[in-house]
Ligand binder design. Structure first.
Ligand SMILES: Cc1ncc(COP(=O)(O)O)c(C=O)c1O
Length: 457
């Protein structure tokens, strides 16, 4: 039996025990679908796949290659044990599991991995299979974010985005010429006051935003994690103003704060009178492998149907083989092993965060300002190079002067939807050994001092 994880609050546990939750009716979603999504038709071949499993039915349907011609006979996986890194676990991918990985498979993902995700989401977020939501596996979460954005937005629609925002999604939004409505963020994550103010001052006659895009844990770029109160308020506003929440959460398992973690939006919506506003994007990139390219989207059936139709024409499916490899490992670990592994990964990044912050305190005190992240792998800091009346601009300092001094970081402007100038900088602390952190921060110190000197002449 699946047990609900300790991340769920008492209120959520109650909601969970109350049994099936009312979902928004399917008709509601037509207002959220883009014209392109409404035009999507099921693949004539893939649409009939489910019939192939009917007992007694002889299928002449799909042009699947005959697997006896495939040369691979087994794949041996060796991985560190999640509980004892000194120990190596060997898993064989062979027989039916390998056959599943070598053949075309269902558009949404191979059944074994999909079932594993259902189990995970029940444990981690208290959401049960069969209650109006589904899973779709993508080639990384980026893939399913792209498809979801295209399933929802028409050219010129309004989208609420926390600002600053993950730079990797801005081109998706600008390609659709979306009206990006910035919602402020601070050390407690997205500002629900700013969101409320945007919505309450929405111009009369202008169509309301269809969705909010947010990265709630260890946000890329700010490193901040949204508090429970903020999350609850965002969910209330979503219901009041009728929008969807795109919960992009690749750093969820990289939480290393001292306080008990806040539940996800996907979980917290169980407290609402009905569920179905949250599309949750998870990623295996930061915890298993970025190159394996596996992410998963969980969301309401009506949206998942059109997203899967997009996959069916774009790539047929996410590679079965990478899904099979991921499943073989996850299955060998079990959920307890997965939890142990992710706990070790988050502890690793906590140590990295501490090393980085120590160096910042030593070398950047008085030259930069920051809030320490409690999840993820980024520091977002403000260069104190402005005047009394104007915030400074990190762009040329970071792009030119810093590179000349031998240190590379990202100027904050690339994370601002309108590209305005900012004194902020994003630094990733995931890779560097302590000696290089020390050297990088010393170089940054010299760069900031140069900039200040240049200002004063
Ligand atoms: C906020 C955010 N969303 C999505 C992604 C894409 O991740 P994936 O590797 O799962 O496609 C990233 C990658 O860095 C990210 O930072």
């Amino acid at each position: 039996m699946v047990t609900v994880s300790s991340t769920l609050s008492a209120a959520l546990l109650q909601a969970h025990r109350r049994g099936p939750k009312k979902s928004l009716p399917a008709e509601v979603y037509s207002q959220f679908l883009s014209d392109a999504a409404k035009e999507r038709k099921p693949s004539p071949i893939r649409g009939l796949y489910p019939l192939e499993s009917r007992p007694g039915l002889i299928s002449l349907l799909a042009g699947k290659p005959n697997a006896t011609t495939f040369p691979l006979t087994s794949i041996q996986l060796k991985a560190r044990s999640p509980t004892d890194p000194e120990q190596e676990i060997t898993t064989d991918l062979s027989g039916n599991a390998l056959a599943e990985g070598l053949q075309y498979g269902p558009t949404a993902g191979i059944p074994s991995l999909i079932e594993w995700v259902y189990g995970l989401q029940e444990k981690e977020h208290g959401r049960k299979k069969g209650e109006g939501w589904r899973v779709s596996i993508g080639s990384g979460s980026q893939d399913v974010i792209y498809k979801a954005v295209n399933a929802i937005f028409n050219l010129g629609d309004s989208l609420l985005v926390e600002s600053p925002v993950y730079a990797g999604v801005i081109p998706m939004f600008t390609a659709l010429r979306l009206d990006l409505v910035e919602v402020q963020t601070d050390s407690q994550g997205i500002s629900s006051d700013s969101l409320r103010s945007v919505l309450e001052n929405w111009p009369a006659g202008k169509p309301k935003p269809k969705a909010l895009y947010t990265v709630p844990y260890g946000c890329n770029p700010t490193g901040m994690t949204a508090t429970l109160e903020r999350r609850r308020e965002v969910l209330r506003l979503a219901r009041e103003h009728n929008f969807l929440i795109l919960e992009d959460d690749p750093y969820y398992y990289l939480y290393y704060g001292d306080a008990v973690r806040a539940p996800s939006y996907f979980s917290l919506e169980l407290e609402q009178p009905e569920v179905g506003r949250v599309l949750r994007f998870d990623s295996l990139s930061k915890i298993l492998s970025a190159g394996i390219r596996i992410g998963f989207l969980c969301g309401p059936d009506a949206l998942m149907t059109v997203i899967d139709m997009h996959t069916a024409v774009a790539s047929l499916q996410t590679p079965s083989l990478t899904q099979s490899i991921a499943f073989a490992l996850l299955d060998a670990w079990g959920y307890a092993g997965f939890r142990a592994h992710t706990a070790a990964v988050s502890a690793f990044y906590r140590t990295k965060r501490d090393v980085f912050e120590r160096a910042m305190r030593t070398h950047l005190a008085g030259l930069a300002e920051w809030d320490a992240p409690e999840a993820g792998m980024f520091f977002w800091f403000k260069l104190l190079v402005g005047s009394d009346t104007e915030e400074g601009d990190s762009e040329s300092i970071i792009r030119t002067n810093a590179v000349e001094r031998g240190v590379l970081a990202l100027p904050g402007t690339v994370f601002l939807p309108n590209g305005r100038k900012t004194a902020y900088v994003r630094a990733a602390f995931s890779l560097l050994p302590p000696e290089e952190v020390e050297e990088a921060i010393k170089r940054l110190r010299d760069v900031i001092l140069d900039a200040k000197k240049a200002q004063s002449v």
